[in-house]
Write a protein that binds this ligand. Structure first.
Ligand code: PRP
Ligand code: URA
Length: 214
């Protein structure tokens, strides 16, 4: 599938990610297992999405001798889940970068219009100096992700990545054209949206499945 700005779109076709996404899709997967899978997939995706973190050589003394060896440098990380479902991915990324700061953006989709409604925004400061990873398992119409990222940019965010587990082509198109500078990491690109703007085949309502609500 072709999008306008392909160099910022990364579809992660690793067998471990695909296997875990198939387990997520199963309607018989219960809340407890669903949560664990979302966290594990987020960690696997985060491993790839953070591949360009800047490094610096530091001096370390091994039991044998002193050496110069690479460590992650200066630039700090902020993780920003889109509430609610993005919360399920936070633990997976924090397992990789425990010192990351965590902001939150609250969004819900209007059931009739499918337009995102923002209800909360709290970001670590100063946001402009950080690499920001926005988390949401589902990229459907793309409205929530595009608005959340606009909000982060209004607060001064510059270096932004977006990570989702399942995306619809419509959502990738929208996010990519609204924010061509943002790298988009996708666990699996699904077929299409249905009339209720749910992803097909998808996994249903991610927030409800993570938190056991309905
Ligand atoms: C879901 C999902 C995304 C959004 C995606 O959230 O977690 O935030 O829908 O849809 P979009 O790409 O069409 O905007 P929802 O609105 O169901 O809220 P919730 O996480 O609180 O359940
Ligand atoms: N939000 C979800 O949780 N699932 C979808 O398929 C679409 C939006």
């Amino acid at each position: 599938m072709d999008f306008e700005n392909m160099e910022n779109i990364f579809i992660l076709d690793h067998p471990l990610i695909q296997h875990k996404i198939s387990m997520l899709r199963d309607k018989n997967t219960g809340t407890n297992e669903f949560r664990k899978l979302v966290e594990e997939i987020a960690m696997l995706e985060g491993f790839v999405a953070l591949k360009d973190l800047p490094m610096e050589e530091v001096e370390v003394e091994t039991p044998i001798e002193k050496c110069m060896t690479p460590m992650i440098s200066g630039r700090k990380l902020a993780i920003v889940p889109i509430l609610r479902a993005g919360l399920g991915m936070v633990g997976g990324v924090l397992a990789l970068v425990p010192s990351a700061k965590v902001g939150h953006i609250g969004m819900y989709r209007d059931e009739d219009t499918h337009e995102p409604q923002e209800y909360y925004c709290k970001l670590p400061s100063p946001i402009e100096e950080r690499t920001i990873v926005v988390l949401d398992p589902m990229l459907a119409t793309g409205g929530s992700a595009a608005d959340a990222i606009s909000q982060i940019k209004e607060h001064g965010g510059v270096d932004i990545k977006f990570m989702c587990i399942i995306a619809a082509p419509e959502g990738v198109e929208k996010l990519n054209s609204a924010h061509p500078d943002v790298q988009i990491y996708i666990g699996h690109l699904d077929r299409e949206l249905n009339d209720d703007a749910y992803i097909c085949p998808g996994l249903g309502d991610a927030g409800d499945r993570i938190f056991g609500t309905k």
